[in-house]
Write a protein that binds this ligand. Sequence first.
Ligand code: SAM
Length: 325
Amino acid sequence: MFSYRHAFHAGNHADVLKHTTLVALMKYLTAKDTALSVIDTHAGAGLYRLDGDYTETSGEAREGVFKLLSKEKTPQKTPDGQKKPVLNATKKVASTDVLAPALQDYIHVLRGLNPQFAETGEAAHLKIYPGSPFIEQQFLSGRDKLKLFELHPTDFKSLSGNIEQLGVGRQVTVAREDGFEALKTFLPPPARRAMVLCDPSYEMKSDYARVSACMADAVKRFATGTYVVWYPVIPRPEAHDLPRKLKTLAVKASRSWLHAVLTVKSSKLITDTDGEVIRPGLPASGMFIINPPHTLKADLQAALPQMVALLGQDRNAGFTLNHGG
Ligand code: SAM
């Protein structure tokens, strides 16, 4: 337990899908003039250095957020390991050369934390990557509240420190508690408007069942909340079942739902020249949203083909977008 550290994965293709969706949700939900409670059950560390040891080791952001910026200058590693900005003009954004509004909004959030990137537009100056807490916090106004849960001792400490630096007082609270359990105590929210992000690491296969049980309980306690689940698309029965279970619970509760999946590559195992089997890394991930805003489908319909065009790694790249209710 607890070997997962989001810092290794910050800014990867799954984060691009999750955080673009989160930005679109937060933008819509905070545009109303009534208070909103945001509950992030699995918050992570809040901020990640894209030039830090973790991210450099895994290099996942290079296949994620940096590719999104590849119409500009993208940092790539030269054979001697040096970073060098090069112009990447090889990929065309689907149908138009202008990024979809939801992707522009996501990049706007990145600019807010990276002044030099904001000034120059150079991807090489993107040094800090915001996790979900910092994305959510950027959209809050005085009446809104954000509750963050993180169990890992190191990530909890980093998250607490990062949030404290914002100087926002009690508007944002951080607790080292089990997010699945803690959620129950906040529903229904006093403001009668809530968005919940449930984004576990799925390190333990019991996480899949806990997500569906937690969402079923949450919808019972507060039927009109917006519930947002991220999950990995991997060859594991629990991962396949999760969106099906979420859809069933939404349909049974007469709630609308939206399901988006972004695939960047084949999930087939690769064999190297010595016959060693290489794990391909995460090929795809999905977002399942119960009670999505009516605007979300159009936002993702425009953004997903562009994510495929820019982040796709082989001919298996693609997306699906389904909704109901
Ligand atoms: N939501 C974050 C983001 O988008 O930036 C990333 C979260 S990461 C995928 C999952 C986090 O959940 C990890 O930091 C892990 O330590 C934490 N975690 C694992 N089990 C937990 C639990 N039961 N309650 C709260 N946090 C948990």
